[in-house]
Design a protein around this ligand. Structure first.
Ligand code: FPP
Length: 241
């Protein structure tokens, strides 16, 4: 059961930049992919913790538009890990009431992975307990650029005019059109950067940077970070009485 207080005061939408897998593996003298596999196990744990924490939306940064610059071995290993995660977790995600959706540009992803993503979205489309959004080949600037292109097509073809272009309309062309804005963005591993994650959507989000490397980020620590959020007051640019 959700804890009443947390569900009430805690963030509804939490986004996470899962950083530090590589360092975690290197510290253990193991290849970077070993860290990514450990990271995937934490994804399971954190997703499962959401209902109890009153978190309705969880958005995680799995692969950025910049991550293609990594070695071919690491990129291929990550893609294989995503395929495996979807294949192995689909049943549990369905049974646990998790609705999974993906954001990012699918054009560059291989067909097999894209079809697994499509199937998982369809399979879990009736779920409503937790909304898990996985950012895969995602970049904030890339997302806004693709949205602007689609908006331009609507104008070119006469379905919209330039006067229709405002923040609300543009939001409807973003990959995240089905999501509320994040309330809290967490980044692990001690780096205090946004790294092109949910640029538009995080305009009023709180940020929490924690030193823990992602493979060590437990449900207990997640809970602690969420409790910290509950104590803050967000003004959305206004002055509260
Ligand atoms: C950043 O750590 C992590 C990534 C680029 C990959 C994130 C992927 C996972 C956590 C794997 C599982 C995900 C799913 C959805 C199953 P890093 O490699 O940049 O670490 P470093 O900064 O220490 O090098």
């Amino acid at each position: 059961m959700p804890k009443d207080t947390d569900a009430h005061h805690g963030p509804q939408h939490v986004a996470i930049i899962m950083d530090g897998n590589g360092r975690w593996a290197t510290q253990r003298g193991r290849p970077r992919l070993f860290g990514h596999h450990a990271g995937a196990r934490r994804v399971r744990e954190i997703v499962r913790a959401c209902p109890d924490e009153g978190v309705k939306y969880l958005t995680i940064f799995a692969f950025s538009t910049e991550n293609w610059k990594r070695t071919q071995t690491e990129v291929a290993g990550l893609m294989a890990l995503f395929r495996r995660y979807i294949e192995r977790e689909a049943r549990a995600l369905l049974d646990e009431g998790v609705r999974v959706r993906f954001i990012g540009d699918r054009m560059k992803l291989d067909d097999k992975l894209v079809s697994l993503m499509d199937n998982l979205e369809l399979l879990t489309s009736e779920n409503n307990k937790v909304h898990l959004t996985i950012a895969l080949n995602y970049g904030g600037r890339d997302e806004v650029t693709r949205a602007a292109q689609r908006l331009a097509v609507e104008i070119e073809q006469g379905r919209l005019t330039h006067k229709d272009v405002d923040a609300e309309t543009l939001s409807k062309f973003l990959d995240t059109q089905f999501l509320p804005d994040p309330d809290l963005v967490i980044r692990t591993s001690g780096e205090a950067r946004i790294s092109n994650f949910l640029l538009w959507q995080s305009a009023y989000a709180e940020y929490e940077f924690v030193d823990t490397l992602w493979p060590d980020f437990s449900a207990a620590e997640f809970s602690k970070v969420l409790a910290g959020y509950g104590g803050r007051e967000r003004r959305f640019g206004a002055v509260l009485a």
